[in-house]
Design a protein around this ligand. Structure first.
Ligand SMILES: C[S@@+](CC[C@H](N)C(=O)[O-])C[C@H]1O[C@@H](n2cnc3c(N)ncnc32)[C@H](O)[C@@H]1O
Length: 289
């Protein structure tokens, strides 16, 4: 199961290597990605692309009759190039567009709704926790003042306001980058979805199946790393207990990537978007004997 179909790059590669004996079920919460998937479906009859959130993984696996039988689950988190490059989706400030940022445009609050409606302290929390933005308090304060007169609608407008708070642009990274990341994470509830996805993935996999996650910032990677570490522990006794009474054979996963896998210099040169990617993989173990 490819749980983040996007532009179908991974799906195509998996299908080419898998041959006709296997079956690939792909999901994306973005209807445009699913529409692109129709072309690949026409090429590969063992591919099915579904418009679903990967938090529904367990239901999808049951509906497709593959629960507990899946050999590989992949999630390549974050936004696709198609989303980033389309100003109409509001993910980037390279050109003006509506401040939307929803991966699934059929549901939920937009980034503009969050800026216009959230309490100032919630905006501080979003900019600080999801964007690691050092001027979180000041930006939230200025947003709360400005929206009383002019509601937020467009990307460039907000990007310019953050730039002004920074006193202009210095260096390679635009000052609004962290606030845009923060809003995107909040709009799509990305950090809430990931633990649910990981727990579901473990249930849906067959014994010996592999769970692979590619993340693009440390907040996501930390969730994956801690999940793998916890599920790879044999002993689940409380840490304050002096002696193990659980039997010590409770590990549900075996970690396959002792160190996180980063792209090589060669890969970054060919595909600059891979620069901040981090891959972790683990194998599902059988039930404890
Ligand atoms: C980095 S792109 C994937 C690119 C893809 N691996 C490829 O080779 O083209 C991430 C995709 O995951 C989708 N996505 C993000 N969160 C999701 C979720 N919770 N459920 C389903 N799809 C999600 C996004 O809409 C986006 O299309």
């Amino acid at each position: 199961m490819d749980c983040t179909f996007g532009g179908g790059g991974h799906a195509r590669e998996i299908l080419n290597r898998m041959g006709s004996a296997g079956r690939l079920i792909a999901l994306d919460r973005d209807a445009e990605a699913v529409n692109r998937g129709r072309e690949l479906e026409a090429e590969f009859e063992n591919l099915k692309v579904l418009h679903r959130n990967f938090t529904d993984l367990m239901d999808v696996a049951k509906e497709e009759g593959v629960f507990g039988r899946v050999n590989g689950i992949l999630a390549d988190l974050g936004t696709s190039m198609f989303q980033l490059k389309n100003p109409g989706r509001g993910f980037s400030f390279s050109a003006d567009g509506p401040l939307d940022m929803r991966m699934d445009t059929g549901t939920g609050l937009t980034a503009a709704d969050i800026l216009n409606q959230y309490a100032e302290e919630d905006l501080v929390r979003i900019f600080r926790d999801y964007g690691e933005e050092r001027y979180a308090g000041r930006i939230a304060r200025e947003v709360a003042v400005r929206r009383r007169h002019v509601p937020y609608r467009n990307t460039l407008d907000f990007a310019k306001q953050v730039e002004d708070i920074y006193g202009g642009r210095r260096g390679r990274i635009h000052p609004a980058t962290r606030c845009f990341q923060a809003l995107r994470i909040a709009v799509n509830e990305e950090l809430e979805s990931l633990p649910r996805f990981l727990e579901s993935g473990l249930e849906v996999l067959a014994t010996g199946g592999t769970l692979v996650v590619i993340s693009f910032h440390s907040l996501e990677d930390r969730i994956v790393k801690n999940f793998f570490r916890d599920k790879a522990k044999g002993c689940i006794c409380p840490p304050e207990q002096a002696q193990c009474t659980c039997g010590g054979n409770n590990a549900k996963l075996r970690i396959l990537t002792r160190k996180v896998v980063r792209p090589s210099g060669w890969e970054v040169e060919r595909n600059p978007a891979s620069r901040s990617s981090r891959l972790r993989a683990a194998e599902k173990l059988g039930a404890a004997q």
